[in-house]
Design a protein around this ligand. Sequence first.
Ligand SMILES: [Ca+2]
Ligand SMILES: [Ca+2]
Length: 405
Amino acid sequence: MRVMSKQMTKKAPRKRFPRQQKGLVMLMVVGIVVLMITLLALMLEEQHILIRQTGNQRVVEQSLHYSQGLNAWALRVLHEDANRQIDHEYEKWARFGRPEKELDEDEQDSFSLTPTLALGQEEEEEDATIDFGIDTIEVTIDDLQGRFNLNNLVSPTSAEGTQDRQAVKPQDQRRIFLNLLQLLEIGEFEEDRVNLYSALVDWLDTGDDITGLGAESRDYQIKSTPYFAADQPLNSLGELKYVKGFSKKTIRKLRPFVTVLPVQNSRINLNSVSPEVMASLTPGVVADTSSVIGFLARKEQPGFQGFSPADVQQAYSAINGASPGTAAFTNTLQVNSQFFQINTKVELGDYQVCTRTIVLRASANPDTLSDQTISVLSREQDTVCKEEPAGDTGTDESENNEDLR
Ligand SMILES: [Ca+2]
Ligand SMILES: [Ca+2]
C-alpha cells in the first residue's frame, strides 16, 4: 500500500498538463473573441464609411440638382426681361434673389424669392435666402458690363471683334485702364501703372515683343516655376496673378471694377457702371469724379427707370467734367447689357456648392424677343464657396506674383 501511495504521489505531476491545456484553451478562446470583435468593429467601421460615402454622394447630387435648377430659373428670368434695350438695376433680373428695394406696390415680381422671407422678417442678408427645411439656397444675377473689360486692351482677333467699328481702339483703352488704376490708387507713379499695362498687354497679345517694361514668355520662363505668357485674351480674372506686377493686393482692388469678356470691344452699360469706371472714360488724366458721381445720383431718384439712349450724351458731358479740357471717348457707353453672370450657392449640411455661370444674351434685334437666345459661355463650380465679387471666376489666388526683373 505504501508503495502504491508512493507511486500515486509520483504520478501526481501528470495532472498539471490538463490544467495548462485548459489555460491555453481559455487563452485561445479569449484571443478568438478579441479577434472577432476587432474584425466586427472593422467591418462596422467600413460599413459606416460606405454609408457616409453614399450619403455624401446623395447630398452632392442633390446640391448639383438644386444649382442646375437655380441656373435654369435665372436664365428664364433673363429671358423674360421685357425691355432689352435698357437694362438697369431695378429690373426683375437684377432684383432676382435680392431683397426688394423701392419696388412699386403694384409691381409684383413673379420670380422674386423675397415673398418667402418678407412677412415679419428683417432683411439682414444681402442676398435673399430660401429655407427648404434642410438648408440654404441663393441665386443672383450680375450685369458684367458695368465694368471695364480687360480684353479690350488688345485688338480684336476674331470676326466677332470687328462688329463694332466705332468702338474705342485698344490704344485708347490704354488711357481708360491707366485712369482706372489711378482712381483705385494702384501704383504710386504713372510709370508704375504703365508697367502694369505693358505686362498685361504682353500677356494678351499674340506676339513676343515686349511692350515697354512688360513681360513675355522668356521672362516667365526664368521663374522658379516656369510658364508661358497666355498670348490670348484672359479667360478669368484669376489669371492676373501670373502677370508680372499684379500682386494680390492689386488684383483685389481691381476685381470689383474689371471683368474679362470673350470680346475685345465691349461697351459699358451706363446703368450699372461705377463712378470710378465711368470717370476713367476720358482721353485725359482723371482729375475729379464729382461730376460723374453727380450724374449717377439720378439713379437714386424716385421712379428712376434706367438711363435711356437719350441720356448717354449727358453722361459723356459728365465725363468731360472729370477731366476738364478733354472730350470723353464717345462710343464707350450703352444702356443695355449682353453679358451677365449667374451666381448660385447651395448648402446642404456640411456640404456646399457654388456656381458662377457667364451667359451671353443676344439683343441685336430687340423687337423680336423670341429670336433672342441666351448662351452659356462658361460655368465654374466650387465646393468651397468664397466671398468674392461677381466677375471673378474663382481661381485660387494663393500664389504670390514673383517680381520679375
Ligand atoms: Ca432690360
Ligand atoms: Ca504676348
